[in-house]
Design a protein around this ligand. Structure first.
Ligand code: HEM
Length: 412
């Protein structure tokens, strides 16, 4: 049965009420057929155990639809978008996926990412220095801190000149705006033709960058990816292009939203903020809890049933589209005690904010380090950090894929 009642999951207002909507859905059917605002019918998985089982079964649930039948008639996309995102690692299944992932995995192990910590700290300190110099003691936590932090970390990591950072921000937002479930619109004043023209510029920029890095490799990630080998093979230029695009799309908005969501959650739970201020050593477990409580990625990538099958007894036909609602699974009372309570000391917090299984977030170690440094640095260097207004003036962005704020005014 398709539930097509007014399940509003994408408006900015729905961000606050979504958890209740998910709870109602989970109670009535942890695997439910729902009509999305795009008109597409999909299976939404809202239970924790059901989501884990689904995400880790890449034999039955594939990232691409079967050649015929089912929900998978993908819209035709312009050439530049296909070159950037079509057939990237995110839409591959093992064993092809395993080979691609091995080529880039070394740069994202927790051990390697630890070596980036001093650089991330220096970038964060520099940002905070600038903010502390503001005479009015106020700033927008999103625009002035959460956006530039991951953008600068990512540019340095990839070996992109810092002066080009803002172009990358625009390009990553434009790519996200092409995802129909994101419900994210292109920046004001940009027509669909302007968007495509920018995306073509992005492709041109990356093509030239890859040629330059191959000719004269440095110590950055793109250079290292040009040299990485798996099974005696190196990445082709097309594979590199897709990988860089995936890192840019996957690593910027997500980390930005983690930072904003964490600060909002702490403002709304002042006793947890005090706990963290009193013991900054809680930062790692606080970040895990914020990922569970307000994870920046609300839903998994879509998967498709490779055969007629079932999840938790619910029959699913070959080719039908299935999405795990990570935000719902992470509030499942069958898995988390008192799931709607923010508890930065929660133990056994195996949330699904980074997904699970073969596609589990590649950048998770980096996102964790950025999140921890952002929190500890803000709280240590701005002991008076508080909302600029009461009640807190925070605006959620619309859209289903990402959960994040468009602004959060703060005072220090
Ligand atoms: C708090 C921040 C982040 C969150 C919540 C997050 C979440 C996720 C989730 C849920 C997935 C898996 C989706 C699925 O299986 O359907 C994923 C995949 C991925 N993420 Fe992240 N991510 C974050 C930050 C990053 C960063 C910083 C990077 C890169 C620097 C990154 C790169 C990727 C890539 C490349 C994939 C695809 C992996 C694959 O297909 O094997 N993410 N992420």
């Amino acid at each position: 049965m398709t539930i097509s009642h007014d399940l509003d999951l994408t408006s900015a207002q729905s961000r606050e009420s979504a958890y209740q909507a998910y709870a109602a859905l989970r109670e009535s059917a942890p695997v439910a057929r729902v009509r999305m605002p795009t008109g597409q019918d999909v299976w939404l998985v809202t239970g924790y155990e059901e989501s884990v089982g689904f995400l880790t079964d890449y034999q039955r649930f594939r990232t691409s639809p079967p050649a015929s039948g089912g929900d998978g008639a993908a819209p035709a996309l312009p050439e530049a978008v296909v070159r950037l995102l079509g057939g990237s690692m995110g839409s591959m299944d093992p064993p092809d996926h395993t080979r691609q992932r091995r080529l880039v995995q070394a740069a994202f192990t927790p051990q390697y990412v630890e070596t980036l910590r001093p650089g991330v700290q220096a970038i964060t300190d520099q940002l905070v220095d600038g903010l502390l110099a503001r005479p009015d003691h106020t700033f927008d936590l999103v625009e002035d801190f959460a956006v530039p932090l991951p953008l600068t970390v990512m540019s340095d990591m990839l070996g992109i000149p810092r002066d080009d950072r803002n172009r990358f921000r625009l390009w990553s937002e434009l790519l996200l705006s092409l995802d129909p479930t994101s419900a994210q619109s292109a920046p004001a004043g940009m027509s669909p033709m302007d968007v495509m023209a920018e995306i073509e510029k992005f492709v041109g920029y990356l093509d030239a960058l890859i040629v330059a890095k191959r000719a004269d490799p440095g110590d950055d990630l793109i250079s290292r990816m040009t040299l990485a080998e798996a099974d005696g093979e190196r990445m082709t230029d097309e594979e590199l292009l897709k990988m860089v695009a995936l890192l840019v799309v996957g690593g910027l908005g997500t980390t930005q939203h983690l930072i904003g969501n964490m600060v909002l959650a702490l403002f709304r739970n002042p006793e947890q903020l005090e706990l963290l201020r009193a013991d900054p050593g809680l930062a790692p477990s606080a970040v895990e809890e914020m990922l569970r409580f307000h994870g920046p990625i609300e839903i998994s990538f879509p998967r498709f049933a490779a055969e007629d099958t079932e999840i938790a007894g619910q029959p699913i036909a070959r080719g039908e589209m299935i999405i795990a609602v990570l935000a719902a699974a992470d509030r499942d009372p069958a898995r988390f005690t008192d799931p709607d309570r923010l508890d930065i000391q929660r133990s056994g917090n195996r949330h699904l904010a980074f997904g699970r299984g073969a596609h589990m977030c590649l950048g998770a170690p980096l996102a964790r380090v950025e999140g921890q440094i952002a929190l500890t640095t803000l709280l240590a260097r701005m002991p008076q950090l508080r909302p600029a207004t009461e009640p807190v003036d925070a605006a959620w962005r619309p859209g289903l894929t990402l959960r994040g704020l468009s602004s959060l005014s703060v005072r220090f």
